[in-house]
Design a protein around this ligand. Structure first.
Ligand code: ATP
Ligand code: MG
Length: 455
């Protein structure tokens, strides 16, 4: 399929885009656009102005897959919306479903004001509401079932997350000690990722783990996986988190550097956030870096509960290939040890062709020099980034401000005047361009599906 080579934006370029403008309390108007990807924010406002001449509209919203409303106020945000929409269209096409129009919800601010409706070139078409038909999809039950994140948080704060409300679906993967399921949360209509870990521990320890996990409710960063709650049933704990439809980075093949750089900056921002809360991740590795088709990158499985970590360790002993040398030899663990794991994770992602065996890696970590990436195959800033993160001496590795720049990291300032500006490899990609990651995830998922589909 052409998409595989060009990505969703290009594939959609020649397709007609139908935008369904929802009218509060009445219905909707479908607007057919022939140049979707070139559409500007201003064009949309103009059409809304025609549809709702009584109101002054300055922004509009669309719904993400969780039913949360996202506001669009600029061309940048338009791009993000279109990229998200095209990824859903792609999924609908792959699954042989009907293509849903892009639904938008105008946000009227002031009462009727002066509104300049200058010569529109866009092709508008009256929707069903103008022909007297009922609202297109206002009354669809699936919408009313959906709740916003804020509402979901409220449900969870009341301790309503429990086994009865969860319908387990697919298995997403097995790890050291746990199994992660994709699950449906009936009261909220949300899809969750639920990690179930078998733990034979006392009630006292169970309580301690639950209270240690409390801090997860306070974690509020777009680079950290959303936490919905946890509960024990008999000898197993279920930890409910946000589901990431792109899965973890360990299953992706070599990633183009302009995508990898944007992933790396998100991972560094996630780590910097945790460090600012005095939380060390302790398990930085590709399988704990998750991505989704919206282009978000989030960290999961960080060690907030000492008791949980200890209890799992009692059952499943082992070192892993991402551990810093000082950790393997039993010395103190610090931010620097997370930085090592960051370096080795990105090294492995780029060498993800099976050439670097974890055991070999582990051996050279303790006995020999750090592994180095071949220059020539990778850019100089990337090789430098990895080499610095993987210095054997913890203190020689970049500190948080050397990764992100000192103005971004108030918690670790030393010399602010001549402070570090962050590492060039990641800073060059610090532009918040989620569309790059989004398209790459969509394309990879599409490739994976077509490979699974072929005999
Ligand atoms: P470890 O147990 O050492 O952390 P792991 O990270 O591979 O190893 P799990 O944490 O149990 O194992 O996760 C298993 C797999 O489930 C992961 O590799 C990932 O692909 C998937 N997964 C985990 N959390 C989510 C999530 N929130 N959304 C989507 N997929 C997830
Ligand atoms: Mg994990």
């Amino acid at each position: 399929m052409l998409w595989l080579a060009l990505g969703p934006f290009h594939a959609m370029e020649n397709q007609v885009l139908v935008i369904r403008i929802k009218i509060p309390n009445s219905g909707a108007v479908d607007w057919t656009v022939h140049s979707g990807p070139q559409l500007l924010f201003r064009d949309v406002l103009d059409v809304i102005g025609q549809v709702l001449p009584e109101a002054t509209t300055t922004a509009f919203e669309y719904e993400d897959e969780d039913g949360d409303r996202i506001t669009v106020r600029s061309d940048e945000e338009m791009k993000a919306m279109l990229s998200y929409y095209y990824s859903t269209v792609m999924e609908q096409q792959v699954n042989g479903q009907l293509i849903e129009p892009l639904q938008i919800f105008p946000r009227a601010c002031k009462p009727p004001g002066e509104r300049n409706i200058h010569g529109l070139k866009v092709n508008t078409r009256a929707g069903p509401s103008q022909h007297g038909s009922p609202a297109v999809s206002d009354s669809l039950p699936s919408n009313s079932l959906k709740k916003s994140s804020a509402e979901l948080k409220k449900i969870l704060a009341n301790g309503q997350m429990n086994e009865q409300d969860i319908r387990y679906r697919d298995t997403l993967g097995h790890g050291n000690g746990g199994t992660v399921y994709k699950a449906y949360h009936v009261p909220s209509g949300k899809i969750l990722a639920v990690k179930v870990i078998l733990l034979d521990i006392t009630l006292e320890l169970q309580k301690q783990i639950m209270s240690e996990l409390e801090i997860l409710y306070k974690c509020d960063s777009s680079y950290i996986i959303g936490f919905y709650g946890a509960f024990f049933v008999e000898n197993r704990i279920s930890i409910c988190t946000e589901f990431m439809d792109g899965g973890s980075l360990d299953v992706y093949r070599k990633i183009p550097e302009h995508v990898l750089g944007r992933i790396a900056i998100a991972v560094v921002k996630g780590l910097t956030y945790l460090w600012s809360l005095k939380i060390l991740h302790r398990d930085v590795k590709p399988s704990n870096m998750l991505v989704n088709t919206r282009g978000q990158v989030k960290l999961c499985d960080f060690g907030v509960s000492t008791q949980l970590v200890n209890s799992i360790a009692k059952t499943y002993v082992g070192t892993n290939a991402y551990m810093a040398p000082e950790r393997i030899s039993g010395e103190q663990y610090g931010i620097h040890s997370d930085v090592w794991s960051l370096g080795i994770s990105f090294m492995e992602i780029q060498k993800n062709q099976g050439s670097l065996m974890p055991l070999q890696l582990l051996q050279c970590i303790v006995d020999e020099d750090s592994p180095v990436l071949p220059v020539g195959e990778f850019s100089e800033p990337f090789v430098h980034f990895i080499t610095q993160c993987m210095r054997k001496q913890p203190k020689e590795r970049p500190a948080p401000e050397d990764l992100m720049g000192s103005d971004k990291v108030q918690h670790y300032h030393h010399n602010l005047l001549n402070g570090p500006k962050g590492h060039p490899f990641i800073m060059q990609f610090n532009d918040g361009n989620a569309a790059v990651v989004s398209m790459w995830v969509c394309r990879a998922l599409e490739e994976r599906r077509s490979q699974q589909g072929s005999p």
